[in-house]
Design a protein around this ligand. Sequence first.
Ligand code: TYD
Ligand code: MG
Length: 456
Amino acid sequence: MAKLKNSFVCQNCGAVHSQWNGRCNACDEWNTIVEEVTSQAPPGVPKSVHKGKVLGLETLRQASDEAPRVPTRIAELDRVTGGGLVPGSALLIGGEPGIGKSTLLLQVAAAIASGGGSALYFSGEEAAAQVRLRAARLGLGDAPVGLACETNLANILSTLGKNKNANLVVIDSIQTIWSDSLESAPGTVAQVRAATQALIRHAKASSTALLLVGHVTKDGQIAGPKVVEHMVDTVLYFEGDRGQPFRILRAVKNRFGATDEIGVFEMAEQGLQEVANPSELFLGERGTDSPGAVVFAGVEGTRPILVEIQALVTRSTLGTPRRAVVGWDNSRLSMVLAVLQARCGLNLAGHDVYLNIAGGLKIAEPAADLAAAAALASSHLSVAVPLDTVVFGEISLSGGVRAVSHANMRLKEAQKLGFKSAILPASGDVEQKRGLIALKRLDRLQQLVEHFAREA
Ligand code: TYD
Ligand code: MG
């Protein structure tokens, strides 16, 4: 009989301790250590040392140039994964509850099944009737998807064993799957790890593409140990503001492609609709020009995206003024405010500052610095930036405006959407054959503030 062994596992980082502690000394998190009973030796550790067989070594050369792909026929998902799902690979998709993970994966399964592939959907969270209701709502009731509502790992594995020719297997969600060979509760590190391992092993052996749904915790991490993220080939995050219809699919890890592409969807009555031209969406309805609103010409992956940055600077009634930012980095905001204050003579102390990226997009590019600074200065000085102007550029601590990549791509997109002028760094090559956009090129942030001050 297998020996029972107690171990204390941190639910945050997966570290194993010999005794219970209030705080995990591996990741410094409080109250994350849970006692788990393991009835077998840790996987991968052989019980007896036997003589291994000699492996045949292979070369790095590949028979065909490209890894074969299963296109999902959802162009935005194909873009993020780098051209479709890879047979035998595992993809983890994380996101807040209600963001649309189940909807997206049902649409993927239906698209593959309707295209002649075989797709299985295991739901551990919803009853069959609920999934069917959603399928009907999405107009996918007739898609030949194999549906099962099950949380027991052994049952799922047996079903998969009988359906070895499946092209796609969806597990919604990995936190609900449990194995009765482990005594810990579903959702614990040991269970999630064991289920992921077994499912990945099956996917590799049968060349099935495996899609796992992962829950996220309050601070936005995929719940369960980081090891799950290490085990899978691709990790995607599904983001968005639940009050807004836009959803963004972002790759944070991809063994088969780039991680800087995003996919943009709109949650509509009939499920998630692809948005092929996100700029139009993020700009939304722009009526008259108003102080504090600036259009940033950004680039996500290979795609330019124009988005409005909104700032509000008001006199504060609090001892410590408020700094609130949505969709951008807090410390980046502090830096831009400090530069505006120290290098451009704007007195922002004693003012509350709010910054918002429209449409629920999250921006990580340093190129947004200049647009954010323009929005802040515009609000503070009550001078509107003209509606038909885009802004991009990086700001250094000395108050200089630095060149950014893809300037031409940004300008071309702005031109396509009818913008007439651009504020951008003085350095960096810009080809403007037709001169359709008036370029205002800056060396220093100070020049922009002086320009606003003249208009005020
Ligand atoms: P769901 O896919 O269940 O989210 P998750 O699996 O990430 O928890 O999506 C649920 C939300 O999506 C729900 O609030 C309603 C909305 N929705 C639509 O707006 N249109 C639709 O066609 C569907 C199916 C859902
Ligand atoms: Mg769901």
